[in-house]
Design a binder for this molecule. Structure first.
Ligand code: FAD
Length: 471
């Protein structure tokens, strides 16, 4: 027998019920598939995924005495049925990752397995609470964050599962797969965008736990400084959470324990956990409305005459809008795969409001560039900024990037880091941006042009079209 596990966004040994269930079934055979879903991911998140797989492979080998991940290329319904037949296995375990694409892959696999009396068993671990455990008074998912957050706190997150055994017995005869070191998931990141390597944070579960602990020790200043892109005050855990290198339930339990032991950090930790509930909210919304990445939550917004492309969008993607905070953020994302949350909101507002461009164009660019790409968080936040999502910012909320910069980057440190010419000579970050822009982009406009839309007239025009649409 073997304990067959299909890994996706659960690259961890702790708080992983699917892994424990597979181990209970027999010697572990953990499989990762390079399938259509993987190939459809954006470049930066594929690049990050490869690093995560390599880290998980190393961690597994330490526990099994040398046998790691089995990485296969193909679709689940092609790979698993013959494998299970050959090994005479009745069950395949998987952590639930409830996206629309995964649901259809699971559907096709289930149909293929059912004919032979075999099954796919889904396990929790990706969320704090099961969506059915937090339902609004009228039934269904909450559409407003505050009552949702209260309901999650009231229900209490599920307890994390125990860590996997220190010694794991591995299946002795796995199919020949791709070695993690030979896995080339993101050749597009090698060409010109190698700066990501330089700014990369350590990948894997051990790094995630160390990052969480270091963050919790300094969480006292989180509430005050979390909106400041010029200060490193946030946890930077999002890429670990996106790949499941740490589970939200274990994160929650560890943070709560820390808050009890270190009361000085408790308020900051409470605020941090409320941000983690935003992640949860995004996933509950995506489960209720699987088309969230493609369609406006409020259907009437489909009729809004968004611009679909054009020089505004191109200039924005090339981080050359001429608006300092917007360009700084887009350059940070291109070079590091990360962007501060406050700046994400400003950048998204500039695209959807000042440039009146379809939020889906921005969502796709973020999905290509972010190492923490998360289908639920990305879609919910874009719809929130654009005004077409549940609990969204009202249409007249248009971020003023200069006011935001004065408030949250008062000395210009963040902008200076990314914008050569903003003041003095380019630093290493601004230089890295310059080195990494594609040849096809080498139009002079990339090095600090004038604004594509003037701040005040752009805002007035946006308000007028949005108000006309609403009336
Ligand atoms: P911290 O402040 O330390 O927060 C802790 C954790 O809470 C984060 O790691 C994240 O998991 C969660 N979180 C925090 N803010 C949010 C939020 N607004 N929505 C959902 N979860 C949140 N986050 C992603 O993980 N992936 C995305 O693809 C993504 N796309 C975004 C697109 C836009 C337009 C905007 C405005 C925000 C997006 N976010 C996304 C949310 C947020 O910007 C990042 O989660 C955050 O910047 C990550 O940094 P951190 O881990 O240091 O956050």
């Amino acid at each position: 027998p073997a304990g067959l596990l299909w890994l996706s966004r659960d690259l961890r040994l702790g708080d992983n019920p699917a892994l424990l269930a597979a181990i209970a079934d027999g010697p572990l055979l953990p499989v990762f598939l390079v399938d259509r879903m993987t190939r459809a991911q954006g470049a930066a998140s594929r690049w990050r995924l490869a690093r995560g797989l390599a880290a998980f492979d190393r961690a597994l080998k330490e526990r099994t005495g040398g046998r790691g991940l089995c990485i296969l290329e193909g679709e689940a319904e092609e790979i698993f049925p013959p494998l299970m037949r050959r090994l005479d296995l009745g069950r395949l375990h998987q952590s639930d990752w409830p996206t629309a694409a995964m649901r259809s892959a699971q559907g096709r696999l289930r149909a293929a397995l059912a004919a032979e009396g075999r099954s796919l068993i889904l396990h929790p671990g990706h969320l704090l609470v099961h969506p059915r455990a937090v339902q609004s008074g009228t039934g269904g998912t909450y559409k407003v964050f505050t009552p949702f957050a209260r309901a999650v706190e009231r229900t209490g997150p599920e307890s994390p599962a125990p860590d996997a055994p220190l010694r794991i017995v591995a299946f002795a005869d796995p199919p020949a797969g791709i070695a993690p070191a030979a896995l080339d998931l993101a050749p597009d990141m090698r060409r010109g965008r190698a700066a990501l390597e330089r700014f990369a944070l350590p990948a894997g579960e051990t790094a995630a736990l160390a990052r969480l602990d270091a963050f919790l020790d300094s969480a006292a200043s989180y509430s005050e400084n979390r909106d400041r892109p010029d200060i490193a005050a946030t946890s930077n855990l999002s890429e670990h959470l996106a790949l499941g290198e740490i589970g939200p339930r274990a994160l929650w339990a560890r943070a709560r324990m820390h808050a009890r032991l270190a009361p000085a950090q408790a308020a900051g930790i409470g605020k941090f956990l409320s941000e983690v509930i935003w992640r949860e909210f995004a996933w509950h919304l995506l489960i209720a409305f699987p088309q969230m990445a493609e369609a406006c939550w409020r259907p009437e917004w489909e009729a809004f005459p968004w611009r679909k492309d054009g020089p505004g969008l191109e200039g924005w993607k090339r981080a050359s809008t001429g608006v300092a905070l917007v360009d700084a953020g887009l350059r940070e994302m291109w070079v590091t795969g990360r962007m501060h949350n406050r700046v994400r909101m400003v950048v998204a507002s500039w695209l959807t409001k000042h440039l009146l461009t379809d939020w889906r164009a921005g969502l796709a660019h973020f999905a290509d560039c972010l190492t923490d790409w998360d289908p639920a968080a990305n879609a919910m936040n874009w719809q929130w900024v654009a005004g077409c999502g549940p609990d969204a910012a009202p249409y007249f909320r248009i971020f003023n990037p200069e006011r935001q910069a004065e408030q949250f980057d008062p000395e210009g440190r963040y902008r200076r880091r990314w914008l050569a010419g903003f003041a003095g000579n380019p630093g290493p970050e601004a230089q890295a941006w310059h080195d990494s822009i594609p040849l096809s982009w080498t139009v002079p406009a990339c090095w600090r042009p004038g604004p594509a839309a003037a701040l005040s007239t752009g805002r007035a025009a946006a308000l007028a079209s949005l108000a006309a649409f609403r009336s």
